[in-house]
Every structure is written in structure tokens, then in C-alpha cells.
Design a protein around this ligand. Structure first.
Ligand code: F6R
Length: 598
């Protein structure tokens, strides 16, 4: 949420900022801006709208300087417009600041500054920090930023430059991600390593309370007491091309297509008994009294899938929790419980808070995350990286698949009583199975033709298929803006059946052989009310196939793997429906990737 980029070094900052912002646009796209300082003057340019508007505005401009900062915004305080866009400045234009996060006490600070005759142009919390910097200026940017930060309540990644101290940027973080890229004689800042990967793969992930002083392409790190601190440089092994569209129209489409390849990486080295790549051993896993799976959105849906597997193999209760709810109630978490937190970004604010709660209660926390070095990866006691590469499309696809496969691998390794009916050899064949399933695209494109003008679509399934249905509905609604709802198939008759009428599209996921007859009966019920049924199932489900209007046949495979690959037709349905409706697939309205606010 909100993209940040910064540069200090011998090159002109502007092209580096614009390139970085292009890679960060998925974090927010309601306005964008840059500030470039040549030591005596700061030039700030910002525009409402997507980054292209700013790019066009800057097209023929030459803005020379020694340091620069840039921002893409996802509005929290104040509507998206030119004035509320970042960077913000103080009353005498000496400071430029960009910010990700929320300053909770900004209203009180603003009131007090107003009473001292300072003025404000925007409705943002960030401008208050800029004005406070000029008020508290003591001749040293690092000290002043830290002093002001001590007055702030809330969350931030702050990046500041000033004309009062030449060629200097100071940045700091509290709960919002900030990465320092270390080049040869140049230093980069970003909210996400993918933004600066083309310049360097050496990254330092700032810790909460870290501040960095950057001057002429070199850096020093400090804590809030101005004590210098050392942080390890991590090498990020993602390829730059992975964060590019590679000729495809949308990141989401590219990310759907590359799932066979990335899942190969998720399973690589994790198929042998006692693999060191499995962070919690079979013996350790047996000792927990209860498992809490905590996550948000798509990652929560992945958790619904994991619940059944872990209950089966460990024989202990598993509770799947929405992080935003879990953190505000008083769950009875025991010292002997295992928390499994799932997140693509590793930066989701609610999931981080839930992790803190689990840790405070003494439970061991295992993080399934994709982004290396992310906050959750660093907070957790054990980490299982998904290794699916950078996910740029706001609608999560390959990371979700990675989460399903990751949980399957954990369950398989913990399955001492051989309860799971899937072998390592079967799992090894998953990439080929995914490749086969991707061939359904043309068929799905035709199905999308019959759905895209509808207003409501219902997804039904039982057991693991219900977990998949929930994710299918979320995918459809977030990028096509159709109303989509998922239901456990057996629940229909308890209310929602009232909404089914002639032509209502019902998408059925039916990969679970042992639930097939029950699901088929539920399909009969909706057919009897005139629904248009699109079913996704196996080749042996003739009864279901016969009563469905359209039937997408999954490649033959083991039951659990069948469920996993069922997500591919659902992803294609969402993609093609949104495409036919002409929606902005990678940047859906009101949303942004990496939700670092509550
Ligand atoms: C939907 C989507 C979101 C995220 C959610 C959690 O396609 O991507 O629902 O799943 O915001 O994000 P992470 O996984 O980064 O914690």
C-alpha cells in the first residue's frame, strides 16, 4: 500500500524514480509524485491519477538533482487529488517527504501547529510531519527526523530530503516496509525490493525503529537513540524479468500462466522425507495441542484448505481465523499451540498484529510467506518460503497456489500415520498437472462470454471444494466488480436458494470424489430453479456432467491434487470475465497490493 522509491548516487534521479514507481504502481495508483533536490532547491511534481498522468506531465521536463524520492499513493487521509498526492512539503518548501502508513495522532498535531500559525494545503496526515520537521529543525536531518518520529503514533515508512542539508535523504520505518538497496556508490530505497531489483540484488530490510542517513551514495543505519546499528545485507535471487509482463497484457495473466514453473520451485528440495526445507519436524508437529491458521483475503482462503489437511494428519483442532478479527478478540491461545500465519507479502498489518498476539501467548509461529526478508518472515519462529517469485497483479493467483501446495507439503511431512492419500511422487507430478489444466483456457473464455453481462454469480462446493469456491468468488468480484458469493453447497437451501432464478450462473467445484453425490444433489436443487450450471470436476463424474449446462473436465489425478488444480479454471473465469468487461485487471478500483494499514 503506497509505493516508495528513493535514490542517491551519481546518476540523475528522475529516470530511476519513474522506473521504480512503474514497478510499484500495484501498491497504489490514485496519484503519484516525485521530489528531486539539487542541494539548493527541491522540485516537487505530483499528479492525481495513474502514474502515466505524471509521466506525461514530466515528459519534456529536465529535472536535475543529486537525490530524489518518489511515491504512488493509495489514499487514506484525503481524496485522491494533486494536492493530497505525495511528496508533501513544509510552509517554506525546505523539506520534501513521502510516507506509507497512517499517523494516528495527526489531527492533534495539526491543531497545535495551526494554533502556532503554520498552514496546510492538504488533508493528509503526511503534511503534518513535513511541517513538524521545519518546526523542530535543529541543523541535522537525521536527528530532526528521529525527534519528530518520536512524537508520531501509528505506522510509517518515511523518506525525507531537504535543502538545508545537501545531498541527504533520511528514512525510517515503524511497521510499514522499507528496503535499502545497496549498489556500487549508489543507494536506493523502496517499499518493495522488486522496484529496485534492476539496479541491485543486495538489500537491507529495515527493522522497526531503524533510521537510515543516506549521503552521496553511501548510508549509515541508526536506532532511535542515534546509536549506529548493523543490518545484514541479503541477496535477493528473484530475476528482474519475473517482475515484468514479458509480452503479456496483464501481470495477472502472466502469473496464471507461469504457475507450473513456479510450483516446481515451491516443491523443489521438499519432497524427501526429513527434508531440511521443512521448518517443523514430524516429531515436533505432533506435540501441539491446537493449530491457529491466521491470514487475510486470499491467504485466509488458502488456510481453509489447510485446516482439513492438518486436522487429518495431526488429529488436533485447527481454527482458521481472519487476522482482522482475531487480533481484536480474546482467543484462548495456549503456550503449546502452533500458529500458522499465511501471507504473500509478509507485510499485511492485520496478520502482523495477529502474529504478535500469538507470540505474546507463547505459541510457536510458522510463517508461510512469499517475500523474502518481509516483516512476517522476520517475526516468525519458523519460515516456509513459497518461492513463487514476485507477484505484481493485485489479484493473487500464483501465491495462492503456492500457499495450497506449501500446506500440502507440510501436512505430508507431518503425516506419521499415513492418513493423506497422496504420495511425494504424486506431488512431484503437480507441475505437469498444472500445465495440463492450463489448457482449459479457451473453454473458459467461452464460458466467460455467458457470464460477463450478469450481475450475480454464485460459487458452490463442499469440503475442500468450498475453500476453492470462496477464492473463486473473491477473484471474480475483485477484478470484474460483479457480485459473487461462495457457499458451502449444503447451505444453499438454508436461505440463498431464494436468490436463484432462471439463468442465474452457478459455478460448482466438485473435485472431491467422496462428496460428489452430495454436491450433485445440490446441483439438482439449483437446476430445478432454472440456474445455469457450470461445473468443474473429474472425468468420472458423469452424473454431474449430465445435469450441468457446461462441464470443465480436470485432468485425471489424485483427489487432493485435483482440488488444487481446480483453482486454475476459476482464475481464468475471473480474468476473462474482467477482460470482456474492459476492467483494469492489474489495478482494480479501490484496491492495492500489500495491505499495510488496518
Ligand atoms: C486478493 C488478495 C488479497 C490478499 C490479502 C492478504 O486477490 O490478494 O485478498 O490475499 O490482502 O495479503 P497477503 O497475502 O500479502 O497477506
Amino acid at each position: 500500500m503506497c509505493g516508495i522509491v528513493g535514490y542517491s548516487g551519481p546518476k540523475e534521479p528522475l529516470p530511476i524514480l519513474i522506473a521504480g514507481l512503474s514497478r510499484l504502481e500495484y501498491r497504489g495508483y490514485d496519484s503519484a509524485g516525485i521530489a528531486v533536490s539539487d542541494g539548493s532547491e527541491i522540485t516537487i511534481e505530483k499528479k492525481e491519477g495513474k502514474l502515466d498522468v505524471l509521466k506525461e506531465h514530466l515528459a519534456d521536463r529536465k529535472i536535475n538533482g543529486n537525490v530524489g524520492i518518489g511515491h504512488t499513493r493509495w489514499a487514506t487521509h484525503g481524496v485522491p487529488n494533486d494536492v493530497n498526492a505525495h511528496p508533501h512539503s513544509d510552509n517554506s518548501q525546505d523539506f520534501a517527504i513521502i510516507h506509507n502508513g497512517i499517523i494516528e495522532n495527526y489531527a492533534e498535531m495539526k491543531e497545535s501547529l495551526l494554533s502556532e500559525n503554520y498552514s496546510f494545503k492538504s488533508d493528509t496526515d503526511t503534511e503534518v510531519v513535513a511541517v513538524e520537521l521545519s518546526k523542530q529543525w535543529n541543523g541535522n536531518l537525521l536527528e530532526t527526523v528521529i525527534n519528530v518520529a518520536k512524537d508520531l503514533e501509528g505506522t510509517y515508512a518515511l523518506v525525507v530530503t531537504t535543502t538545508k542539508q545537501e545531498n541527504t535523504i533520511v528514512a525510517g520505518r515503524m511497521m510499514s516496509p522499507l528496503v535499502l538497496g545497496v549498489g556500487e556508490g549508489e543507494v536506493f530505497l523502496a517499499s518493495d525490493s522488486a522496484a529496485i531489483l534492476e539496479h541491485t540484488n543486495k538489500m537491507i530490510f529495515l527493522e522497526n525503529g531503524d533510521f537510515v542517513e543516506i549521503h552521496d551514495g553511501s548510508y549509515r543505519l541508526f536506532d532511535t537513540e542515534l546509536k549506529e546499528v548493523e543490518r545484514e545485507i541479503q541477496i535477493i535471487d528473484w530475476e528482474v524479468s519475473e517482475a515484468e509482463k514479458s509480452g503479456h497484457e496483464h501481470f495477472m495473466y502472466k502469473e496464471i500462466l507461469e504457475q507450473a514453473e513456479v510450483i516446481e520451485r515451491t516443491i523443489n528440495g521438499r519432497l524427501e522425507e526429513d527434508s531440511v526445507e521443512i521448518p517443523i519436524s514430524k516429531e515436533q508437529a505432533q506435540k501441539y495441542d491446537k493449530i491457529w491458521i491466521v491470514a487475510c483475503g486470499t491467504a485466509y482462503h488458502a488456510g481453509l484448505f489447510g485446516k482439513d489437511l492438518f486436522e487429518k494428519v495431526l488429529g488436533v483442532p485447527v481454527s482458521v481465523e481472519l487476522a482482522s478479527e482475531f487480533r481484536y478478540r480474546e482467543p484462548i491461545v495456549g503456550k503449546n499451540d502452533l500458529g500458522i500465519v499465511i501471507s504473500q507479502s509478509g507485510e499485511t498489518m492485520d496478520t502482523i498484529a495477529a502474529t504478535e498476539l500469538l507470540k505474546e501467548n507463547g505459541s510457536h509461529v510458522l510463517a508461510l510467506v512469499n517475500v523474502v526478508g518481509s516483516s512476517l518472515a522476520r517475526m516468525a519462529d519458523s519460515v516456509f518460503y513459497l518461492h513463487v517469485g514476485p507477484e505484481i497483479g493485485v489479484a493473487s493467483t500464483k501465491a495462492y497456489l503456492g500457499m495450497l501446495v506449501g500446506q500440502l507439503l507440510l501436512a505430508k511431512h507431518w503425516d506419521s500415520k499415513k492418513k493423506l492419500d497422496v504420495s511425494f511422487e504424486d506431488i512431484k507430478g503437480l507441475p505437469v498437472l498444472i500445465e495440463e489444466t492450463l489448457k482449459c483456457e479457451q473453454e473458459i473464455n467461452e464460458i466467460a462470454e455467458s457470464i460477463y453481462k450478469q450481475n450475480d454469480v454464485y460459487f458452490i462446493g463442499r469440503g475442500l471444494d468450498y475453500a476453492l469456491a470462496a477464492e473463486g468468488a473473491l477473484k471474480l468480484k475483485e477484478i470484474s466488480y460483479l457480485h459473487a458469493e461462495a457457499l458451502a453447497a449444503g447451505e444453499l437451501k438454508h436461505g440463498t436458494l431464494a436468490l436463484i432464478e432462471e439463468g442465474t450462473p452457478i459455478i460448482v467445484t466438485a473435485s472431491q470424489y467422496h462428496l460428489l453425490d452430495k454436491t450433485t444433489s445440490n446441483v439438482q436443487e439449483v437446476k430445478a430453479r432454472g440456474a445455469d450450471v457450470i461445473a468443474i470436476g473429474n472425468s468420472s463424474s458423469e452424473k454431474l456432467e449430465n445435469i450441468s449446462d457446461r462441464y470443465v473436465t480436470l485432468p485425471d489425478s489424485n483427489e487432493i491434487l485435483s482440488t488444487i488444480i481446480s483453482i486454475i479454471p476459476l482464475q481464468f473465469i475471473a480474468y476473462h470475465v474482467a477482460n470482456k468487461r474492459g476492467e483494469s485487471i492489474d489495478q482494480p478500483r479501490n484496491l492495492a497490493k500489500s495491505v499495510t494499514v488496518e
